[in-house]
Design a protein around this ligand. Structure first.
Ligand code: GDP
Length: 537
């Protein structure tokens, strides 16, 4: 199929298809159960991507990719893409977020491509640091968040206490839709707050199949679940009386979060989550362009690149750009324009990628993610479009880096290749590049959200540009935006701080610790330092 071929999809089909889409990501701390939940969701659904993309427990490796030896050695996943499946009449796109403590800017960027997020909490731990950081990004972007309290089959905290934590720590009103029957560790089922029924769960061997549910009407529930039932009703009433009554608008405006309780490993509560996504989670909406005008869903094809990945397949040194469709229909083979360069890009190879699995995508609609292969000309934040009118979406924000290292070519005779490589990494958003006149520009500072980004950068400089790098870590842990460039000398003059300029022109004031920053602010009360997006919580 080529761009010139006529499409049979009408604008109303596009809107209808967009309406069926639910594109979301799971935000969680490592070990909360994201991989387990992903598998459980897929078990309930009809996975569209090639069968085998997601395996049961025995085949856990199926959802873990291994594009670099480094990654293999550590058994972690750096790659992230989307899993697509049908549930009821909906098409669900679950965008994967790298799931290691060393997460990177990619994790944040995925959130620019979703319409909602599922905040997954471990019932014994509640809100954890990485969840808080990701929640910050959701809040900044007004992304509606659903909460799934996981591992209720194990001893954990009180349900009311977990709900209180949401209000107290992040100012998010919990609106439970189910309430657990039985304390954490004695999970019998849930009270379905939409109709007052007792949904009793039954274990299956190893949680390998969809857990059977039995709906018991309230009149019989007491006899079946006794004390646990009475307690569940009392607790749920307490919460609904204090503002926890379900209100869809409050969810959509991201001021409140629907809460469900479950155990992903046993498939308990997973069907509720899917139903909630289909019934209530937002569908793709027209995206605002750089001038703030919405691009209608039925306008010609447009998409933006939220992630670029190189070398996923070591046998073919390819580069895959992941783009989220914003309007129109994507048809494989169409020629699109890259709004940043004005150049055409032929989409001959378009894939759906999840972990190691790829399957060819022929058509995609707003909300879907396509992986464009051989995309060395595409950068994170680029807009792609076809037809008229043209469109350009705002670029993706940079996030507050937390790790810094001075980068020098290990071999000075490779300085030219080194500079070229650094420019490339910066344009792809692999690391942020900071410089200052004081340091000189031959040795830029790499800045990253997670230290894993340094390893990826070093690996690529060595293997793609034959320019091995020496990285010397800097001791900075506190970072702010310096609002007034004229105040630069104040920070540069401080003993434990300096100002570096990022390639996007932002001046970052870096300090060894918060204390050093506060001392300087006390000495210079007019010093204007502003928080950066997604600062560590
Ligand atoms: P991730 O790091 O968030 O992807 O977490 P995983 O899905 O790998 O889960 C971490 C551990 O928690 C694994 O040992 C899972 O078997 C376990 N786990 C996940 N969900 C549940 C659950 O609902 N109940 C119990 N008891 N364990 C769970």
């Amino acid at each position: 199929m080529t761009a010139s071929s006529t499409t049979t999809v009408t604008p109303s089909d596009v809107v209808g298809q967009a309406r069926r889409r639910r594109s979301f990501a799971v935000i969680s701390h490592p070990d909360a159960g994201k991989s387990t939940l992903t598998e459980a969701l897929a078990l309930h659904a009809r996975v569209i991507a090639e069968a085998g993309a997601v395996h049961g427990k025995a085949g856990r490796q199926g959802v873990v990719s291994d594009w670099m030896a480094m990654e293999r050695a550590r058994g972690i996943s750096i790659t992230s893409a989307a899993l697509q499946f049908y549930y009821r009449d909906a098409v669900i796109n679950l965008l994967d977020t790298p799931g290691h403590a060393d997460f990177s800017e990619d994790t944040y960027r995925v959130l620019s491509a979703v319409d909602s997020a599922v905040m997954l909490l471990d019932a014994a731990k509640g809100l954890e640091p990485q969840t808080l950081k990701l929640f910050d990004v959701c809040r900044h972007r007004d992304i509606p968040v659903l909460t799934f309290v996981n591992k209720w089959d194990r001893p954990g905290r009180e349900a009311l206490e977990l709900c209180d934590e949401l209000v107290e720590r992040i100012g998010l009103q919990p609106m439970p839709l189910t309430w657990p029957v039985g304390a954490a560790g004695h999970f019998r089922g849930v009270l379905d707050l939409t109709d007052g029924a007792f949904v009793r769960y039954q274990r299956t061997a190893g949680g390998a199949t969809v857990a059977p549910e039995e709906r018991i009407d309230p009149a019989r529930a007491e006899a079946e679940a006794g004390e646990d039932w009475a307690r569940a009703r009392e607790e749920a009433e307490l919460l609904t009386a204090s503002g926890g009554q379900f209100a869809p608008e409050a969810f959509h405006t991201a001021t409140a979060t629907p809460v469900l309780f479950g155990a992903a490993v046993l498939n308990f509560g997973v069907r509720h989550l899917l139903d909630l996504l289909v019934d209530l989670a937002p569908q793709p909406a027209p995206r605002l362009d750089v001038d703030g005008h919405p691009r209608p869903l039925d306008a010609p094809f447009s998409a933006f690149v939220f992630k670029v990945q190189t070398g996923m397949d070591p046998a073919h040194r390819d580069q895959v750009a992941f783009a989220r469709v914003c309007s129109g229909v994507f048809e494989r083979g169409m020629v699109v324009t890259n709004a940043s360069t004005g150049r055409p890009f032929a989409t001959k190879y378009a894939h759906q990628v999840f972990g190691q699995q790829r399957s060819t995508v022929d058509t995609a609609y707003p909300g879907d993610v396509v992986g464009l292969v051989n995309a060395s000309a595409l950068r994170v934040g680029d807009t792609l479009h076809a037809g008229r009118p043209a469109v350009r979406f705002p670029g993706l924000p940079s996030f507050a880096p937390a790790h810094f290292a001075v980068a020098r070519p290990a071999d000075l005779s490779r300085s030219k290749q080194f500079r070229k490589g650094v420019d490339q990494l910066a344009s792809e958003g692999v690391v942020q590049i900071l410089t200052s006149d004081l340091r000189g520009h031959a040795a830029p500072v790499f800045a990253a959200v997670g230290p894993m980004q340094f390893e990826v950068a070093a690996h690529r400089l060595e293997h793609e540009f034959s320019a091995p790098v020496r990285l010397d870590r800097l001791p900075y842990t506190a970072v702010r935006r310096l609002a007034d460039p004229a105040q630069r000398p104040i920070v540069d003059g401080a003993r434990r701080g300096e100002v570096l300029t990022r390639t996007d022109g932002t001046d970052l004031a870096l300090f060894e610790d918060e204390m050093a920053m506060r001392i300087l602010q006390r000495q210079h009360p007019d010093l204007a330092l502003e928080p950066l997006l997604a600062e560590g919580a």
